[in-house]
Design a protein around this ligand. Structure first.
Ligand code: ZN
Length: 310
């Protein structure tokens, strides 16, 4: 079985789908690549953002729970999403752009840029020397050379990252980078998890928090990864068909919810690349309920529609 290909997607929680679209498409410049429903609550959205081609590696997803109070990241949770950008001048561009749009953003000692979305979910833009293909989307206000280029890492809170080391290294094939960081690197891409000491406050899963991080596996390795995780003693879910990929879920020893997701078949399985995210996508088990589901969803305005039509 081949090694994991870095981060596949990151799923988080929002209290307001429209404001979420306005931020991730309008401000950050990602493409809305799939507009679906929360399979457990079919009256609300599950939104997927990504690069122009909806590749694994740049896919940020949000479950909508309207009105859900804000959460806060704590022990056993992902606290921040790290994105690659192309150069220090891209950091300058984003600092100016975010400030201009009313968001605070601060430089770290290492030169990265940290900011939060409108409901407190933290992001960090980093310049890194890797040969991974940049995964970018198009936005009229964002020059291509400054666009986000896909995930680099997640930061998570753990008081005992060493507890996670055996599963990460021996079972999942991550490499220890030191300073509480481990990288999953395959033939095409790499992605990391970086553990920080947790805050004193108890974690609270609410809006503006990350629910899980998914790592990418080759489709043919699904069964082998499932057996490996079970044999390592992790309490893995059965294989779950997410229509766009197949997944298994388990908590790593620090408590962070991991998913392993197949690279295929991907978001073009039910609509052509040019039309991704325009209409409501329902998986086969919900398609026959479309007439009952769609009227209960609040229509979304996608900022991209205005500039694509010109
Ligand atoms: Zn997921």
């Amino acid at each position: 079985m081949k090694r994991l290909e870095g981060i596949h997607h990151i799923s988080a929680i929002t209290s307001d789908a429209q404001r979420n679209v306005d931020f991730y498409v309008g401000v950050l410049g990602l493409r809305l690549v799939k507009k679906s429903i929360n399979q457990d609550h079919t009256s609300v959205y599950h939104l997927f953002y990504g690069d122009e081609h909806a590749h694994p590696g740049a896919d940020m997803t949000f479950f909508e729970y309207p009105g859900l109070p804000r959460g806060r990241a704590g022990a056993g949770m992902v606290s921040r999403v790290l994105w690659r950008v192309g150069s220090p001048s891209a950091i300058d561009f984003w600092e100016t752009r975010l400030h201009g749009l009313g968001y605070s953003a601060r430089r770290t000692d290492s030169g990265s840029l940290v900011f939060a979305d409108w409901e407190g979910l933290e992001h960090e833009l980093v310049v890194v020397a890797v040969s991974d293909a940049p995964l970018v989307a198009e936005h009229p206000e964002i020059p291509a050379e400054h666009a986000l280029q896909g995930f680099h890492a997640v930061r998570a809170y753990s008081a005992h990252p060493e507890w996670s080391a055996p599963l990460l290294e021996q079972t999942l094939g991550f490499t220890a980078l030191g300073d509480g960081a481990w990288e999953a690197r395959g033939e095409q891409r790499g992605g990391s998890i970086i553990y920080d000491a947790p805050p004193a406050q108890r974690p609270l899963q609410g809006s503006g928090t990350v629910h899980h991080v998914a790592w990418a596996m080759y489709d043919e390795d699904l069964g082998a990864w499932h057996r490996a995780v079970l044999e390592a003693g992790a309490h893995a879910s059965p294989v779950i068909d997410r229509h766009y990929f197949n997944s298994i879920y388990f908590r790593e020893p620090s408590g962070v919810l991991f998913e392993l997701a197949t690279l295929g078949p991907g978001f073009t399985v039910d609509e052509p690349l040019e039309q991704l995210g325009q209409k409501l996508s329902l998986t086969p088990q919900f398609e026959h309920l479309r007439d009952q589901i769609e009227p209960h969803l609040t229509p979304l305005v996608n900022p991209r529609d205005a500039w694509v039509r010109g």
